[in-house]
Ligand binder design. Sequence first.
Ligand SMILES: [Zn+2]
Ligand SMILES: [Zn+2]
Length: 313
Amino acid sequence: MPFAVTILGNNSAIPSHERFPTAQVVTYEDELFLIDCGEGTQMQLARYKIRRNKIYHIFISHLHGDHYFGLIGLINSFNLLQRTEPLHLYAPAELESIIWRQLECAATILHFPLHFHPLQVSGFQLIADLPHLRISCFPTKHRILCFGFLFEEKPRHRKVIPEKAREAGVPLSFYKNLQQGEDYVSATGHIIPNDELTLPPPQPRKYAYCADTLYDEGLIPYIAGCDLVYHETTYLQQDLHRAIERFHSTTLQAATLARKALQDKGKLLIGHFSSRYERLEDFENECRSIFPETYLALQGATYFVGTPWKARM
Ligand SMILES: [Zn+2]
Ligand SMILES: [Zn+2]
């Protein structure tokens, strides 16, 4: 079951050095989830041949423009393209009136249902309970109300070993029970334990998106045990004072948090780079000095959640 993240934009506020503001697409099976929608997101979806009509859920972390200025354009395009499927939008409450005001001024009538889910101010919250995924939000420390998102795969079934099941004479109709962990009792009353006929399911995978934030150890309980964590690194360590002033994080801060939360398991994906830097190598190098499994969030690249780890450029 593919579970991956594709980066559409990795820059902070002002688009520069051919880097777009924040947006990324999470893929699970063949469903797509858009996280943040900075200016130019539509162009990036087209450039990387991502099928926007597969997006049913959009998550907006906060109302700084570099995270949502592309949203009204995308909604408008859905409408022009005769979308009829519902769209679920999860965002700070104020966004609802902003979107409707923009549509109203253009006398736009949507042909599809737009379901708005306001994010609650306090604590960790489940916001979407889908067949294979649970998606929750959690608060981050930023200049305005801001949320991170956690994508957790639901536990999967045990895997039947067909040769073993055939050998034991298990009828096909019982395979579902085997997947649920039941033992098989043969016609002669002989019990064959489930673990002789099946393999355990893979560990459920987890991805966390930490949005814009100051260094905050309060995030650790939300992101601990993740296979992949995205954390902003707006600044290199030499610009720590700027990071603090603007409620952002540096390389060493992101890497320190990853080391505390993930220990030596998961991977760290870094982005939201300030326009003051043209080269990105230093970001990766600084983070790797503390957390070796750090990767730059590069536009157009896809990073798989869980093992085997791979990134596709
Ligand atoms: Zn931002
Ligand atoms: Zn921000």
